[in-house]
Design a protein around this ligand. Structure first.
Ligand code: NA7
Length: 867
């Protein structure tokens, strides 16, 4: 089929890969009327399921879910024989699909695509195959799978072995008979764990070389789950809809049971149910917090380890098989059939490479640091260059001769995992930055393909023929992908999700962990907002609505969603007392915040009576005094008390190493402006005068506050300057009320929907100060004289109506010569940074706050004490 290079064939789209994603892409492109040509280096359809023919290879998502759902007729015509289908059956299915829709006629098998080059002038890709064939296309789509490029064996002497060597990922079609042989298996990921029990049935001796033990649960294979089949039977569409809008692409009820707070009985019951069910979707969601909270994760991990110890008879072997170096779920967990039991067989031996690493593969076996082993065959189950391997392996060159490999040298960069800037009309299916390997691939693939097909159809209807993400949209998505991972335990593991299995590969979390549902919503939102973040062109026209589709921290978004479901009355519609009661009720359900050394309550003589205070002393501070921080709680001068900000004060105490004195002040509307500000100043004077008694260092005192508390902290600094003392080392203003002007852009952008609303802020002001007083610097410190004030750290949150006045205060202080550190709480609301133990993404911001507080006390002596 070689064509002369001068007359390359022209099609609308080239698809690389004829696995699950490539086949469906081909089908959909044809459906929208595009001409398509697909290539696959394999001899037939199947992708992953063409190559991974090792004994025991099966899917690990149950077959009612691991299947195409785009055509109800197709579903009627195919019946899976088991809960987890074998590789031959899945391959048969894909062959059946290819034949049913006549897809083969557009697929060239045994043909690798070696390069693809964008021609900016022609606005077309030139695709070259291993046979030297050239083909031109408008759209170039890589459906090359996430786990398709085997990792080359990074083991000394790998080419030296004289006997047969097998890779699970490239297993011989005719199968392998190990009967009577001494076999080595290297690798205990999913492929090793699935194949080892079957290889053990044939081999006379089986030696497994394990570098990292893996978590695995029994698959309990058998017929497909009857309940699932029944649900499908009764309401196929409803079932598929639920799958598409679920977290991992399998319908399931999300749990709100937290591992850390559940009773032992509940923990055990939930774990046993998941163990018996034998499905990844169950075992990864025993507790809502198991991938977020190390303590919760450890409960599940320990229960799995206990199972391993109960199955494996030799205690030493059992211990070696118990994973302890990574949190459960941070490496892909496995499903097995008799894996751990296999180690009870007399001819099976486990070698712990952590204790005796492989020195070299030899001509007749393997030499470790301690022993020499002779083998008849070696099996490598050593994994893949996952997610990016296949994409960079084919030489893809975009605009300005930039190759994908060069662009991704420091890690992949995509918009929605679908496209990458500089490579117009180049799509990836299940690319890095999409849920892919963290989800039911069948569901994710259909979503991707449908989105791409929908996009191309929309473009055609609009007379557009090129599409490419903007740099802004792409970097925003990359950030969101990393933000989602950062609140989980995922980045802690040396997993292939992190690229950690391939020496030299950049360490970046590759898939999107925000959920199949969250991802689908993001893709729909992008399309719904006129393809936000994409630049599209057509003859004589260009269209681009630039922007970032997800700017909020994922856990902040979750909190807002949760609050929305609670149907709470808007605070500004309540009386002050009812609002206080509501705030106290919500506060009662929060995690308590970290342990500190000591907490004591007391009273300060205020200008009009006693003011309660609570003192937090850092752990390990009994040996000496610490700097003092006088803290004022938030709540719009109306709400809040010592309890409301207790977790935050603990956190600040732990992070700063300072003694925190949290002071309550008189509240409005009972006592209005300027009482709160005067109380704050009085508290600072008192703390300074009593520093020694409080365990502080005289002269080392800062103020801090959140929201209205930051307002009065800032005012106290101005009053102290005017009064000639006390000396204040620094002011920590977290989302401060700095002004009474409610017309700044952040009020327009964030005035509704982020807890602190414009209406609530107005309610606070009305309770606190008469309109005439609101311009007084003691109410609006931005309007005061800012010369000679203490160094400041101001935290401004993106989704806070007060953001711009915080920034304005920082700029004004800077202009007045005051040293200022402005900390942007990216993706946060007015309240989320303070939600200790709830909003995980707030922790890095609070770490910066702690650091800034320490920097307020620069003497070497105190630095040593607090570090
Ligand atoms: P995996 O899960 O990447 O497993 C590969 C295994 O091979 C794993 O245990 C590795 O240990 C081990 N390995 C890799 N390189 C070496 C060397 N040099 N020496 C010793 N051991 C090594 O790949 P699979 O094919 O099993 O599964 C891939 C996915 O397919 C799976 O997650 C499912 O989604 C389906 P390590 O953990 O790196 O220490």
């Amino acid at each position: 089929m070689n064509k002369p290079a001068s007359v390359p064939e022209q099609v609308d789209a080239v698809v690389v890969g004829a696995g699950f994603s490539g086949l469906y892409m081909l089908y959909r492109l044809r459906q929208i009327g595009l001409s398509v040509k697909a290539f696959d280096s394999a001899g037939d359809v199947g992708g992953t399921w063409y190559w991974n023919r090792y004994p025991g290879a099966r899917c690990d998502i149950a077959t009612p879910d691991y299947t195409y759902s785009f055509d109800p007729e197709l579903e009627k015509e195919w019946t899976w024989s088991e809960k987890y289908a074998t590789q031959p059956e899945i391959l048969d299915y894909l062959r059946f699909v290819a034949d049913r829709y006549g897809l083969r006629s557009d697929i060239e098998f045994s043909t690798a695509v070696t390069s693809a080059r964008w021609d900016e002038h022609e606005k077309r890709w030139t695709v070259t195959t291993g046979h030297g064939e050239e083909i031109r296309c408008r759209y170039y789509i890589m459906a090359t799978g996430c786990l398709s490029v085997p990792k080359s064996p990074d083991i000394e002497g790998a080419g030296r072995f004289a006997g047969p060597v097998y890779f699970t990922s490239r297993w011989p079609h005719e199968g392998v008979d190990f009967t009577g042989q001494r076999v080595a298996v290297i690798g205990t990921g999913s492929s090793g764990i699935q194949s080892i029990p079957l290889i053990a049935r044939q081999a006379s001796q089986l030696t497994v070389f394990q570098r990292t033990p893996n978590f695995s649960i029994p698959a309990h294979n058998g017929p497909a789950p009857a309940d699932r089949l029944q649900q499908l039977d009764e309401d196929r569409d409803g079932y598929r809809h639920d799958a598409r809008w679920s977290r991992i692409g399998v319908p399931s009820e999300p749990t709100d049971v937290l591992g850390v707070t559940a009773s032992e009985a509940v923990r055990r019951e939930r774990f046993e149910a998941a163990w018996q069910q034998g499905e990844l979707v169950g075992i990864v969601s025993v507790f809502a917090d198991q991938l977020l909270n190390p303590a919760s994760n450890d409960i599940v991990a320990e229960m799995i380890r206990a199972k391993i110890r109960s199955i494996v008879k030799d205690p030493g072997t059992a211990e070696t098989l118990c994973p302890k170096d990574h949190y459960f779920g941070t490496k892909r967990p496995c499903l097995d059939t008799g894996y751990f039991d296999t180690y009870n067989l007399p001819h099976v031996r486990l070698v712990d490479l952590r204790k005796q690493p492989i020195v070299s593969i030899t001509e007749d076996g393997i030499e470790t640091a301690d022993e020499s082993f002779g083998f008849d065959a070696i099996v490598y189950a050593t994994g893949f260059d996952a997610m990016t391997g296949a994409l960079v392996a084919a030489d893809v060159t975009g605009r300005d001769s930039l190759s994908l490999k060069e662009k991704w040298a420091a890690g992949p960069s995509t918009y929605l995992g679908l496209m990458t800037a500089g490579f117009p009309n180049f799509f990836m299916l299940t690319g890095p930055g999409s849920p892919s390997v963290l989800s039911n691939m069948a569901v994710s693939i259909e979503q991707h393909v449908d989105w791409v097909a929908g996009c191309l159809k929309d473009m055609r209807e609009e007379g557009l023929d090129t599409i490419e993400p903007t740099e802004l949209a792409e970097s925003g998505w990359n950030q969101h992908v990393q933000d989602c991972a950062a609140i989980t335990l995922m980045p802690t593991a040396n997993s292939w999700y992190m690229g950690a299995n391939v020496p030299g590969k950049p360490r970046v979390f590759l898939p999107y962990i925000g959920g199949v549902d969250g991802y689908r919503q993001a893709c729909d939102d992008v399309a719904g907002q006129g393809y936000l973040g994409f630049r599209m062109t057509g003859p004589g026209r260009e269209q681009c609505r630039d922007g970032v589709i997800r700017r909020m921290q994922p856990d902040v978004a979750m909190v807002l969603e949760l609050i929305a479901t609670m149907d709470l009355p808007p605070m500004e519609t309540l009386s002050a007392d009812d609002a206080r009661a509501l705030m106290a009720a919500t506060a009662a359900t929060r995690p308590p915040g970290p342990e500190v050394g000591e907490v004591t309550d007391g009273v300060i003589p205020g200008p009009a009576g006693d003011l309660p205070y609570r003192l937090y002393r850092p752990a390990g501070s009994s040996e000496g005094p610490r700097p003092l921080v006088v803290y004022f709680h938030g709540g719009g001068w109306v709400l809040g008390n010592l309890d409301s900000d207790d977790p935050l004060c603990r956190d600040l105490c732990e992070r700063s190493g300072a003694v925190i004195v949290s002071v309550n002040y008189r509240h409005a509307p009972e006592v209005r402006f300027p009482a709160a500000a005067l109380d704050a100043f009085a508290a600072v004077q008192w703390a300074d005068a009593n520093a020694i008694e409080l365990g502080g260092i005289p002269g080392q005192l800062s103020v801090a506050g959140w929201s209205a508390g930051a307002n009065i902290a800032a005012v106290a600094c101005q009053l102290a300057r005017d009064a000639g003392g006390p000396h204040i080392s620094g002011q920590m203003l977290i989302c401060p009320v700095a002004d009474s002007d409610m017309t700044r852009p952040s009020y327009q952008e964030n005035g509704d929907g982020y807890i602190l609303t414009t209406a609530l802020m107005r309610w606070f002001w009305d309770h606190y100060a008469d309109p005439a007083d609101r311009r007084d610097p003691r109410a609006a410190p931005l309007r005061g004289d800012l010369q000679g004030l203490p160094p400041a750290c101001i935290v401004a949150a993106d989704f806070d109506p007060l953001r711009d006045e915080g920034v304005a205060y920082a700029r004004a202080l800077e202009d007045a010569g005051v040293p200022v550190r402005l900390t942007r709480a990216r993706g946060h609301t007015h309240t989320s940074v303070t939600m200790v133990g709830v909003v995980i993404s707030g922790a890095p911001v609070r770490a910066e706050i702690g650091e800034a507080l320490r920097d307020f006390f620069p003497s070497v002596e105190s630095r040593e004490r607090v570090s």
